[in-house]
Design a protein around this ligand. Structure first.
Ligand code: GLU
Length: 413
């Protein structure tokens, strides 16, 4: 398995090299500013005590408070948190919202816990990291294995400690406690807007275009439904249970409803069951990896037949995988842009929370489309100007913005 931090550092170093960054600043930006590791006890339903390990890592705060999700997954590690925190810094910078980057996580399979155990774990983890999070310091959000219920518990825990309600301490909350309309679907909707731009630029009609999506969670599931709504044919979908394929197009609405009711793709019909790995090699117009890091390696990339890759996941492609895709002429819309819809609408949620003034859903959608499309245009222009890939262009834009903020603030003391 590739270490995601190696991928993140390699991407950064390549941008730093091209930008000819000062060696000192280069060191600053390659390192995470603050890292909290914690092991804490949780009382389980049978009365026993279990110790869990979690992290909260802040990469860079030059452009604003730290921002990033919290992941509950058995593969969580400190290096993974560092990589994901760094990607959050670049993501916020490339779409030009005033945040630094952070990420947190607990090493746990949330499906193995009861509702009470999940709440106990969340409240204790939130308490452990409460010394570095808050509405003006570091604002968590959902990521793999966490959802709006978990965010409500974190918001409540922070509020109990402060003695008053702090809605802006977390985003991705339920609408009833200061969440925003349109946050839940935001990452998937951002992917739709970007695919519409890409399709337009390359003269492809979305109506009838073929799509394969790896990961059928909040990102992949929403992207699939929205794309199908625009007439795209979703021919392949996968989750941890396996992969479904139907050349005529899968009935995404039904599958997504059943998935949210708790079913796995392998239990559901409507297509042929393939091996999960086969999804990446399907011949499609658009391939959306929306699961874990490190999926597109040199080896998997060699078998890929998609024209466009839209990175719904964070870090799905290794630098070696990237090189193979570039050689094959595959256009890759990089993660820090492609999945930024989530953090953009998190920003809208936070702004609404700080002002106690809430927007209509169409305002959220319209502003999301404006922000993500503008970033896409800026990235395309940079790619053209410097004759580099969209990933390199996105990183050049992001790293130069963060470098500038870090440099103009100066080194304290
Ligand atoms: N976890 C999401 C991401 O990786 C959202 C982060 C946020 O909204 O702060 O972009």
């Amino acid at each position: 398995m590739t270490n995601p931090l190696d991928t993140a550092i390699a991407q950064f170093e390549s941008a730093a090299q091209r930008l000819n960054l000062d060696p000192g600043l280069r060191q600053v930006l390659a390192t995470c500013k603050r890292e909290l590791a914690t092991s804490f006890p949780v009382q389980m339903d049978d009365g026993s005590i279990k110790v869990f390990t979690g992290y909260r890592v802040q990469h860079n705060l030059a452009r604003g408070p730290a921002k990033g999700g919290i992941r509950y997954h058995p593969s969580v590690s400190l290096d993974e948190m560092r990589a994901l925190a760094m990607w959050m810094t670049w993501k916020s910078a490339v779409v030009n919202i005033p945040y630094g980057g952070a990420k947190g996580g607990v090493i746990v399979d949330p499906k193995s816990l009861s509702q009470t155990e999940l709440e106990n774990l969340t409240r204790r983890y939130a308490t452990e990291i409460s010394i570095i999070i808050g509405d003006n310091q570091d604002i968590p959000a959902p990521d793999m294995g966490t959802d709006e219920r978990v965010m409500a518990w974190i918001m409540d825990t922070i509020s109990m400690h402060r003695g008053y309600t702090v809605v802006g301490a977390v985003t991705g909350k339920p609408v009833s406690v200061g969440g925003t309309l349109g946050r839940k679907e935001a990452t998937g909707r951002g992917i739709l807007y970007l695919i519409q731009e890409l399709a337009g630029d390359h003269g492809i009609s979305l109506d009838g275009a073929t799509v394969a999506i790896q990961g059928f969670g909040n990102v992949g599931g929403v992207a699939a439904t929205l794309l199908a709504g625009e007439g795209a044919r979703i021919v392949g979908l996968s989750d941890t249970s396996g992969c479904l394929y139907n050349g005529k197009g899968l009935d995404v609405q039904t599958l997504w409803r059943r998935k949210r009711e708790g079913a796995s793709l392998s239990d559901l019909g409507g297509g042929d069951c393939l091996d999960g790995a086969e999804l990446l090699s399907l011949q499609v117009d658009f391939l959306v990896p929306a699961a874990l890091e490190g999926q597109i390696t040199a080896q998997t990339a060699r078998h890929m037949r998609a024209k466009f890759v839209i990175e719904g996941a964070n870090g799905p492609t290794t630098p070696e995988g990237d090189a193979v895709l570039a050689e094959k002429g595959v256009v890759v819309l990089p993660d820090i842009l492609a999945n930024a819809g989530g953090v953009i609408v998190s920003y809208f949620e936070w702004v609404q929370d700080l002002q106690f003034f809430f927007w209509e859903e169409d305002q959220v959608r319209e502003r999301l489309q404006r922000v993500i499309t503008r970033a896409y245009r800026e990235v395309c222009a940079r790619a053209q100007k410097e004759n580099v890939s969209l990933r390199e262009a996105a990183l050049l834009l992001a790293v130069s913005r963060v470098e500038e903020a870090t440099r103009v603030r100066g080194i304290y003391p």
